[in-house]
Design a protein around this ligand. Sequence first.
Ligand code: SF4
Length: 418
Amino acid sequence: MELRRKLEILADAAKYDASCASSGTDKRDSRKGGLGSTEGMGICHAYTPDGRCVSLLKVLLTNACVFDCAYCINRAGSNVQRARFTVRELVDLTLHFYRRNYIEGLFLSSGIIRSPDYTMEQITEVARQLREVHGFRGYIHLKTIPDAAPDLLAKAGLYADRLSINIELPMAESLRALAPEKDAPGIRRAMGRMRLRIDEAKEAKRTEGRAAAPRFAPAGQSTQMIVGADAADDRTVLGTTANLYASYGLRRVYYSAYSPIPDASALLPPAAPPLVREHRLYQADWLLRFYGFELDEIMAGGEGGHLDLGIDPKLAWALKHRERFPVDVNRAPREMLLRVPGLGAKTVDRLLSARRHRSIRSDDLGRLRLPLAKLLPFLVTADHRPRGGLLDRADLRRIVAPRTGFAAQARPVQLALL
Ligand code: SF4
């Protein structure tokens, strides 16, 4: 098969992998020798319409797989054209695209060929050759195979900036039903081992110094959870996410909205808005991690264990807790300002800093390009107070909600593959 055709197939097959850019890794600069940098101008990123940032060379080693996970287009029983790169082809492609400044690095995943160990060896060999043979200093994210031998995963960490092991589904019982060859406890064990190695490398860097310490996945580990292939509600998804962050020190849990597979369409519900759900879950996850919200608070903004698809989770919470508003931007503590719809963490910090010197007025908020229509009903400034009764109006949601978006009552029911 022509290399170009392989690239078409294997780049397309990789689009189901959610991954994001080279954040948090070591700063390496090719001007000090070698090839490629992990930061700097001229490195290409791609942003998908739902805001995800992806590397342009995001490919699979192969889309052939001996496993038969029901939610996966590449499963053994799927009727798709198969392709496979050799290690050499992938190394050359990466270097070629990097030199042309098409990409900022490599995101490499794979179906399982022959065995988990063999596949992991092939994935790692690509990274090894890039680093050791070609002095490649760009970003490398490797998806690892949890069933592979622990020393193979450890070897991958020597070359990759970030490693990930997919948790796959929010509930272990769903994994048993939809991907019986996969082992939920085994996936968690592999994540636990990876965390230990990452923590050890960090500690060594602290005590021995950057140059002497052994390198292991400096950008940490992440995971991906497919949302919408089983019956897990948003509460379950967010609860599992919180547990993963706490247990394995993950840098990021990526959600991947389940994409209906053509030859399994009989099993799937029509017209679900999976990307909207994925987006709301990301927003909720952000509130849990950086805005001081508890899971119960976030879920109180929705109904029946699901987030409100029509509005963002912070606005949904605020509409159900109107007694907490309006908040005085010149007096309220940071934790309360973070709860005001339309105020992000960076904006809050800027406001806190500005108000030390003068009173914040509505014009100041406008200059920060904040969404005033959403914000002002919940906020008191030096020259503004929401007019009487506004916060009690039954149609407040209509006033503050964005014009576009899904109406909450139109939430389609996501049926399960189970
Ligand atoms: S192991 Fe991975 S590539 Fe293979 S069928 Fe399962 S999800 Fe798809």
